[in-house]
Design a protein around this ligand. Structure first.
Ligand code: GLN
Length: 201
């Protein structure tokens, strides 16, 4: 039997992640409550709106159980999910809670507003060739990362508006996060990478 991978289903593009995981042959469970966390082999935190996700996670008493679980099973966060997995955030709401675990500082809405959303072809050596077509929607940026964090992808300085390299995908042990949204493309390589992380955990 393939392992059961959860998708946190309180807000965001839950269906899209579930679809990618199912396509890869994983069993998927949509997680709305603490009880539904039990027995999961991995968990995806979707893209969406991290402030809303945080409020709903607190309301459903999910923050503490998720914090505990983040040191036990692999987790992958895309966009708002990256913010949820970050130890520290900037430009957040003053009361915004994160699950944390990833030793990074994530800057919310780092590339501007909704209209400043963009798409770019990124080199991601961990998933191989060709470049990955990455879609950024009011995306966060990994402003800084501790030495334990592996950079999986960065926008190279010559392509970045700031003139310096911008980190947009990271992994630290069993936690992984991307600023962009692979779940809204048909390229399953990022999800496949995560499913393999879950299988080998
Ligand atoms: N800007 C959103 C936030 O701060 C993230 C956007 C996204 O997930 N597409 O939560």
């Amino acid at each position: 039997m393939s392992p059961v991978i959860g998708v946190l289903a309180i807000q965001g593009d839950v269906r899209e992640h579930a679809h990618c995981l199912t396509e890869l042959g994983s069993q998927v469970r949509l997680v709305k409550s603490v009880e539904q966390l039990s027995g999961l082999a991995g968990l995806v935190i979707p893209g969406g709106e991290s402030t809303t996700m945080s409020i709903l996670a607190v309301k459903n008493n999910l923050i503490e159980p998720l914090r505990e679980l983040s040191s036990q099973i692999p987790m992958y966060g895309s966009c708002a999910g990256l913010i949820m997995l970050a130890d520290t955030i900037t430009e957040g709401r003053s009361d915004q809670q994160t699950i944390g675990g990833l030793h990074i500082t994530a800057k919310r809405n780092a590339f501007g507003r909704q209209v400043d959303s963009f798409e770019i072809d990124l080199k991601i050596p961990a998933i191989g060739e060709p470049d990955f077509h990455a879609i950024f929607i009011r995306a966060p940026l990994v402003e800084s990362a501790s030495d334990s964090v592996e950079v999986l992808a960065a926008i190279p300085s010559e392509m970045s508006l700031t003139g310096s390299e911008q980190i947009v995908a990271v992994r630290q042990d069993n936690l992984m996060a991307t600023s962009f949204h692979p779940e809204i493309t048909s390229d399953l390589r990022i999800h496949k990478y995560f499913v393999e992380m879950v299988r080998s955990a």
